[in-house]
Design a protein around this ligand. Structure first.
Ligand code: FAD
Length: 290
């Protein structure tokens, strides 16, 4: 794990805004996150807009070169061909961005996929063959990817992803740390030895909960469902318990010396700040990321 020690600690994910109004807000959001001194900020990309240069790349440039925080661009293998990837790599080099989260992406209506890269690992192999200095992040799934027929094939393909050049893994969100620890053990048994960053999604309202859970197909522990049901008509209480739940998860993970926590911020710096304030002393005591 030593080659990626700089990712120990807290990192954030943001997404490019979909409207002009939120477009103005995102820069303030990024400034607010800057104070929290994350190890990096990753910027998602959408296969619906395919507007990579004007959204993902622009924000990652801002993170990297204006805020001085390492930026990570998300790049979806299915929606780029080789010549487009070559262009993206040139742009990233120009901007000094070395970190790419390489994903397969999902099929979206009206967005036919390109044919050069079928899986994230195909794109990783290609990028490393073009320029081995890029640091590649990959996605992984403590509950297995929904398309995987079983855990064995999921881990098998994950190992191939690491062999293809993945330097660090970030998990899909999960709400049971035991599931994460079991997955971590399975990775260790398969000799998957790159750092594993735990993806944590603080749930702060019911609509958000239902939306992200539908998208990710994550399993919910009974105590989590109870919380959603009990406070469904009390937004303030739901927010408080959702934050407490995420802080509990992080406290347990950091105590168990995981490599790092990647917070799905949902572009809400106040949520990230609250969690940072509650957990920063734990990180300082264990992995000193700040
Ligand atoms: P892969 O690694 O290609 O795996 C997908 C499935 O194929 C798995 O079941 C795997 O076991 C299997 N598989 C892998 N290799 C092979 C092979 N060689 N042969 C046969 N089967 C194989 N989506 C976006 O559109 N934009 C984003 O910004 C984005 N960010 C994300 C960030 C994180 C941290 C995570 C966890 C997910 C993100 N996603 C994003 C979603 C992601 O694109 C989907 O989950 C997608 O379905 C799978 O992507 P992957 O990179 O894990 O795919």
């Amino acid at each position: 794990m030593s080659s990626f020690e700089e990712t120990s600690g807290l990192s954030f994910e943001v997404f490019p805004p979909k409207t002009a109004v939120s477009n103005q807000k995102i820069y303030q959001t990024l400034h607010d996150l800057q104070d929290l001194r994350p190890n990096f900020i990753s910027v998602t990309s959408s296969n619906r807009t395919l507007n990579f240069e004007n959204s993902t790349l622009k924000l990652a440039d801002y993170v990297q070169n204006t805020l001085g925080i390492p930026g990570v661009v998300h790049l979806t293998a299915r929606y780029f061909d080789k010549s487009q990837i070559d262009q993206v790599l040139i742009e990233l080099k120009k901007l000094g961005i070395k970190n790419i989260l390489v994903l397969r992406g999902d099929l979206a209506p009206g967005c036919p996929p390109k044919k050069d890269f079928n899986h994230a690992s195909d794109l990783m192999t290609y990028i490393k063959s073009q320029d081995s200095s890029f640091r590649l992040f990959g996605a992984c799934y403590p509950e297995s990817h929904p398309e995987s027929p079983d855990k064995v094939s999921d881990i098998h393909h994950l190992k191939a992803k690491v062999a293809a050049g993945c330097d660090c893994l970030i998990t899909q969100m999960f709400f049971s740390n035991d599931t994460f620890y079991q997955f971590q053990e399975n990775c260790a048994l398969a000799d998957i030895d790159v750092p594993l960053l735990a993806g944590i999604m603080p749930i702060v309202n019911r609509a958000q909960a239902l939306h992200v859970l539908k998208q990710s197909e994550c399993h919910l522990p009974a105590k989590f469902t109870l919380m959603l049901d009990r406070y469904q008509n009390d937004p303030e209480a739901l927010r408080a318990t959702g934050l407490a739940y995420a802080i509990n998860q992080i406290t347990d993970l950091v105590t168990n010396q995981i490599a790092g926590v990647h917070l799905y911020t949902m572009n809400q710096p106040a949520v990230a700040r609250y969690i940072y304030q509650a957990t920063k002393s734990l990180f300082t005591a264990t992995c000193s990321p700040y």
